[in-house]
Unconditional design. Structure first.
Length: 287
């Protein structure tokens, strides 16, 4: 039972970390119609900034998280303005080539500025150790990652489904010309959506650093993982992404616990099976 509980906790924490990072990619792919393969690079930037702020500057963990999110958004803003706006509505191959190029550029610049080494983000005392649940103990950081995932899921769903910003975003996606004619500043809506997406990527990169270590080729190592999660969940669907992350995270964690020699075999086997049954993903948009 101890092993089952450990697998469940690690799987839930891992799934929530995947969700926090991947949900921004789901938004850009499903709502903004942009295949952004550089999404993992922005999570990497967040991890690098947080590591520098906490380890080298001696700032607190909370300050490091804020610095990572704000710093990543500031870095991403001119990239969105001068590069991404050129590929909105472009063929998918053009988007893929552009964003892969951006990924390699970010990796090169980050390694030049911060050095090509593994980056650690020191945890505060409150996130170290274990919390006693009465019948079992659970690592506090795992619990923190789970709560962050739930908070992001609820907040993002409310923003998209229950606010005027969400209405404008969905209107801009469905018919940008009509939305603009009705007074919606589509460029601003896309810029804000992109900022939210990269901010969440940075946040996830920091929160999940214990499970997905921030290293020189982080953006390439996890590029396929983030893309797969979005595809399985259905691009643009928050519930779909959450379910996909929990299912795939559970399968991957269980496989690594019980049969580590198989590596990611069970993860991708599950992906193939789900896509065969649900070609549009678990909750994909029909158009």
């Amino acid at each position: 039972m101890q092993t089952v509980f450990s697998i469940a906790v690690d799987a839930l924490a891992y799934g929530m970390v995947l969700f926090v990072i991947s949900i921004g990619l789901s938004v850009t792919m499903g709502l903004m119609r942009v295949v952004n393969l550089a999404h993992g690079a922005f999570a990497m930037i967040g991890g690098y900034i947080a590591s520098y702020a906490a380890r080298d500057l001696g700032l607190g963990y909370g300050v490091a998280v804020i610095a990572a999110v704000v710093g990543t958004v500031i870095i991403a803003a001119p990239i969105e303005r001068f590069l991404y706006r050129r590929i909105y509505g472009a063929p998918e191959l053009t988007q893929v080539l552009m964003t892969i190029g951006i990924t390699f550029c970010i990796i090169g610049i980050a390694n030049y500025v911060f050095g090509p080494t593994l980056k650690t983000i020191p945890l505060p005392g409150g996130l170290q150790g274990s919390a006693d649940l009465g019948f079992r103990t659970i690592p506090v950081h795992r619990l923190f990652a789970i709560l962050c995932g739930l908070a992001v899921a609820g907040g993002l769903w409310y923003a998209i489904e229950r606010t005027s910003f969400g209405v404008k975003l969905r209107a801009s996606v469905d018919n940008a010309a009509m939305a603009a004619a009705l007074g919606v500043r589509t460029e601003i809506i896309y810029a804000l959506s992109f900022a939210v997406a990269v901010g969440l990527a940075a946040f996830g990169g920091v929160v999940g650093a214990e499970l997905l270590p921030v290293e020189p080729y982080y953006a390439l190592r996890y590029m396929v993982t983030f893309l797969v999660v979005v595809s399985v969940g259905g691009a643009g669907s928050i519930p779909g992404a959450l379910i996909a992350c929990l299912v795939l995270g559970g399968i991957d964690t269980t496989g690594r616990y019980l049969m580590p020699e198989f590596g990611e075999f069970f993860f991708y086997l599950a992906v193939i099976a789900i896509i065969c049954i649900f070609p549009r993903g678990l909750a994909g948009r029909t158009k």
